[in-house]
Design a protein around this ligand. Sequence first.
Ligand code: KG4
Ligand code: ZN
Length: 335
Amino acid sequence: MKILAIESSCDETAAAVVEDGAKVLSSVIASQIEEHRLYGGVVPEIASRRHCESITAVVSQALSDASLSLNDIDAIGVTAAPGLIGALLVGVNFAKGLALAANKPLIPVHHIRSHIAANYLSNPHLKPPFLCLVASGGHSHIIEVLTYTDFKVIGRTRDDAAGEAFDKVARAIGLGYPGGPKIDKVSKEGNPDAIVFPKAKLEDPYDFSFSGVKSAVLNHINRCKMQGEEICEADIAASFQKAVVDTLVEKAVKAAKEHHMDKLAIAGGVASNSALRQAMKEACEREHIQFYYPSPIFCTDNAAMIGVAAYYEYKKGVRHGWDLNAVPNLKLGER
Ligand code: KG4
Ligand code: ZN
């Protein structure tokens, strides 16, 4: 079956056609990064307006890239939660209009579930159960993926998400937005052991806190400036990245072992980080855990992953009425 999928939860307007939850027939992503870069982060109001302007062209492009018309589509999947409310509403309303006009089933998709589902695109043999670390701009979760549609969150961030910490630190050292890819790149020139940034110790072994390491970086920069010391951006970036990557790897691997999971996947924008991929690969090899990761284009926001998640929801029998609404903060286990 062919699903037309739509994503507009943050600053990417995206549409894709995915067949049987596995084959990407088309995937179009219109990024707004250049505009938000001027403000150092996503401006929700601007994001909604840009989605509104681009969505028709993006969806048309996805259909034409797949050489299909709306009649050839079996269902329409759309990100309905979580995300920026004004941004989500654009995709949800557009999907509702299309589904109503073409008389197609409408399937709401949870954005985080779809990040996890991106793994099925790059790893066709991966099947639940497995453990997944989701690290994006808005979320850091350790999740037991029980089935394609059932999940249990066993760890979460108490404050900043991992990607948010990357973005804030990048801004502080003058690398601009979005920070993750820039820190990833500049870290290759730096010494990850140059500065030891603290790792948060939390009572719950699977929870995260990244605001401490972010503040430590800001304090380090201020101290250097006050003492007239030279600031080495590459060393700061590499040392910060190491602190975050070590924490993510340590906790995810510990969770996999303690939950007797022999498969560990990563997902979300931060999953495209080269140091995280390498460190996770090495740790999983040491612990005899199979490691899975999506290709980078399916780590950051895209609609192909929405098409995969929608397929499994559809198979489970999920269909939504015309009263579908967007929800900015729906928990992973809720519908
Ligand atoms: O999944 P995503 O596209 O959007 C959300 O759902 O939040 O994640 C975006 C986040 C941003 O914070 C960005 O800086 C981070 O993912 N990111 C990275 C890398 N590429 C994107 N963080 C670290 N290293 C990267 N290579
Ligand atoms: Zn995302």
